[in-house]
Design a protein around this ligand. Structure first.
Ligand SMILES: [Zn+2]
Length: 330
């Protein structure tokens, strides 16, 4: 066995005793995962802030600074969630209001990690680690896309590279990917899909995820005569597909489209109500058609990345459950 074959097996054997994990260790592990999730979440805040900026990288400058007064933060000012709470959401140097998004991102990352642990279980530490990385990456992509309508290449292209590597190291990622199952000897499927099958499943997912959005974008621009799909979304779904396979990528796209439509329609409705009431107050009888038109334009500009990311996350953690909702063709 080569390194890639033996390392995950040895890791699992070292971490998981034969008669299961004792309850006390389980609690300890959950608390640790929750706390490390908060710490990593605070690093994600730095990434969200710096990735779209020119000239700053995640590791330079080394210490965190207040974005307003550039004061370098001491460790007391840098404790996830707690610092924000005890400083009542303000910088101790200049009183700048620290956005509530900072503690929310930290809590969200911790929550996502615990959710993954609850779904996947401590028995598969390798799989769990991959899920942690993917979920944190999606969280960063979501926040950056909300901020500036773009998805950092560090996340999307990083995922496109990591996905096939992770699939090769942990074929269990593709146990439900049809390409991987199809490539595996039928008699061996009980032991999971084989390594080459998982790699091909990952590459097929990458191609399917990117391909379907390129096709939709091409169709959209043919119909509407404008760019309908950002290339960042294409790369993000390609990266997601590399982890969840071609069927998973399509499902993630469908879930993402439904979520984005619901949020988009709600936004349009809200905007319509606001501008309609305002027009009535001013006594200006703006036609309902004009108001609708304004609301339609306002609702069009929502980023797709966050919803695509949610779709990928849902498929990654709960593919078996998602399958229950899809129509059966067999
Ligand atoms: Zn400050």
């Amino acid at each position: 066995m080569n390194f890639f074959a033996s390392a995950p097996v040895a890791l699992t054997a070292a971490l998981v005793p034969e008669d299961g994990i004792p309850e006390s260790i389980e609690y300890l592990a959950l608390i640790t995962i929750g706390l490390v999730g908060l710490l990593v979440g605070s690093f994600l805040n730095v990434a969200i802030h710096r990735l779209p900026l020119e000239g700053e990288t995640v590791s330079k400058p080394r210490r965190s600074r207040c974005p307003s007064c550039r004061k370098t933060l001491t460790w007391v000012e840098n404790v996830p969630v707690f610092s924000w709470v005890f400083q009542l959401g303000r910088c101790r140097g200049c009183g700048w209001r620290i956005p509530i998004r900072y503690p929310i991102v930290e809590l969200a990352n911790s929550g996502l990690w615990l959710l993954a642990t609850a779904v996947t279980g401590l028995e598969s530490p390798g799989l769990l680690a991959v899920e942690f990385i993917v979920l944190s990456g999606l969280l960063v992509a979501t926040c950056v896309d909300f901020d500036c309508f773009e998805i950092p290449d560090e996340i999307s292209i990083g995922g496109m590279i990591l996905g096939p590597i992770a699939s090769l190291a942990l074929p269990v990622l593709h146990d439900s990917t049809w390409v991987a199952r199809w490539m595996t000897e039928p008699g061996q499927l009980d032991g999971g899909v084989d390594r080459l099958g998982a790699l091909l499943g990952s590459l097929a997912g990458l191609a399917a995820g990117g391909g379907v959005l390129i096709a939709i974008g091409w169709l959209g621009s043919a119909i509407y005569k404008r760019d309908a799909m950002g290339f960042g979304d294409v790369k993000l779904l390609a990266a997601g597909g590399a982890f969840v396979g071609p069927g998973g990528a399509l499902a993630a796209m469908m879930i993402g489209s439904v979520l984005a439509s619901v949020v988009g329609l709600a936004g349009m409705l809200r905007f319509f109500c606001i501008s309609w009431t305002r027009a009535r107050h001013r006594g200006n009888k703006r036609g309902i058609g004009r108001t609708l038109q304004v609301a339609r334009i306002a609702g069009r500009y929502i980023p797709f990345g966050p919803y695509l990311g949610m779709g990928i996350g849902i498929v990654l953690l709960a593919w078996e459950d998602v399958l229950q909702f899809l129509p059966r063709f067999s």
